[in-house]
Write a protein that binds this ligand. Structure first.
Ligand SMILES: NC(=O)C1=CN([C@@H]2O[C@H](COP(=O)(O)OP(=O)(O)OC[C@H]3O[C@@H](n4cnc5c(N)ncnc54)[C@H](O)[C@@H]3O)[C@@H](O)[C@H]2O)C=CC1
Ligand SMILES: O=C(O)C(=O)[C@H](O)COP(=O)(O)O
Length: 375
């Protein structure tokens, strides 16, 4: 059995070799001839998986080591009898930690406390719900918007987007890209929404570039009303607007979900799904794959201020390490994908043991996802 895997899937060659012959290939574009004798295909978000890629090929299973699935025509796969699995939630924690790093940097830059702000979360799934829990642990007021969940009658208080636009100081988007239908998100942020946004707001897009009309955002950022934007995703990728990159406070190359844990979970989730699909079910504990982190333990004295939290989280991940290189290379062909391919190892907060002498601090840090302990 031949299994094609995207070369940017850590641990994929090692794991899938347990099940067949593995070939690692680039995902953008995927080499067509490698598909001619492939039984299974494991991709990331840069590969469009549809009839034009797979019609007439022997592929019987597609896995995507990603949370988003807008690059996959799953209806066509089902009609062609091809098995499919994504990796829901694999990198949700990484995205949350990206958002926290961004917000605490902006808080320091602009002289505000996060706990004095209201954060509007649009899309309260794997990312949005974890973000909400961590913000609440810090005492930050949140407003949630998730019409599909509201319509399903899920527990929780969900608000229309208009209320968040009017009331939230910070809007952060964590929806799938839905091109049509009752919950369409394509250009959910458009010129009209941006015009209604009061001054001095922060807008974060770490879901899909097309959820925000990038031309309208550039216009808004070029106007007189103060607006701060953080973009991890662009319309289009990889050829983002250089003018827009210049205007955003933080701009990164679609790496919000790129913790080592997040990528490894993506690989293990599709590996487990595929092993099940072929009747050889296997599970892979994440700890069996991951190396020791660069910083494993620190001690922390006293109460937790936001300034102290900023310094602590940046021992693990500081989003500016990804903003600078994008500004350096943006516009040069191939460089956006290179930043993603040769991504410097990044860990999640849970990799850091924090020994505290203050019980409240230990408790808050645990709720934030650190491995905290009271001395
Ligand atoms: N920048 C990056 O590296 C990453 C980006 N993503 C993107 O973020 C998206 C969200 O990720 P997850 O939370 O893991 O997905 P998820 O599927 O767990 O959650 C998405 C939530 O959005 C809600 N939703 C759908 N349509 C909506 C609408 N019109 N308005 C408001 N809410 C709506 C859904 O009901 C669901 O609760 C993914 O679909 C993916 O495109 C995900 C991981 C990493
Ligand atoms: O999981 C998702 O959805 C994402 O956006 C991924 O973090 C994107 O990473 P690649 O699949 O493009 O490497």
């Amino acid at each position: 059995m031949k299994i094609l895997v995207d070369e940017n899937m850590p641990y994929a060659v090692e794991l899938f070799s347990r099940l067949g012959n593995v070939q690692a290939v680039p995902g953008r574009p995927i080499p067509q001839d490698a598909l001619n004798d492939a039984d299974a295909l494991m991709v990331r978000s840069v590969t469009k998986v549809n009839e034009s890629l797979l019609a007439g090929k022997p592929v019987k299973f597609v896995g995507t080591a990603t949370a988003g699935t807008d690059h996959v025509d799953d209806a066509w796969l089902a009609s062609a009898g091809i098995g499919f699995s994504a990796a829901p939630g694999c990198n949700a924690i990484a995205v949350v930690e990206y958002v926290f790093s961004s917000l605490l940097i902006l808080a320091q830059r602009d002289g505000f406390q996060l706990r004095d702000k209201t954060v509007g979360i649009i899309g309260v799934g794997n990312v949005g719900s974890r973000l909400n829990a961590r913000l609440e642990a810090l005492g930050v007021r949140t407003l949630l918007c998730d019409p599909p969940r509201a319509d399903r009658g899920d527990a929780g208080e969900f608000w229309p987007l208009d209320k968040l636009v009017a009331e939230a100081d910070i809007l952060t988007f964590h929806t799938p890209l839905n091109m049509s239908g009752p919950y369409a998100t394509h250009h959910l942020v458009d010129a009209d929404l941006l015009a209604r946004l009061p001054a001095d707001r922060i807008l974060i897009n770490a879901c899909r570039g097309e959820v925000v009309d990038n031309a309208a955002l550039l216009d808004a950022l070029s106007g007189n009303k103060k607006l701060t934007a953080v973009l991890d995703v662009w319309e289009p990728e990889p050829d983002l607007s250089l003018a827009l990159l210049e205007k955003v406070a933080i701009g990164t190359a679609h790496i919000a979900g790129y913790s080592l844990e997040g990528k490894a979970r993506g690989t293990t989730q599709v590996f487990e799904a595929f092993s099940q699909f072929i009747g050889q079910p296997q599970t892979v504990p994440l700890d069996s794959l991951l190396p020791a982190p660069e910083f494993a333990e620190v001690t922390l004295s006293g109460a937790l201020s936001e300034a102290k939290l900023l310094r602590l989280i940046h021992l693990v991940y500081d989003v500016r390490r990804d903003d600078r290189p994008l500004r350096r290379v943006a516009g040069k062909p191939g460089e956006f994908d290179k930043l993603r391919k040769f991504y410097e190892e990044r860990r999640e907060w849970s990799s850091l043991r924090v020994i505290c002498d203050d019980a409240t601090t230990a408790d808050v840090l645990k709720k934030l996802g650190f491995n905290s302990q009271l001395k």
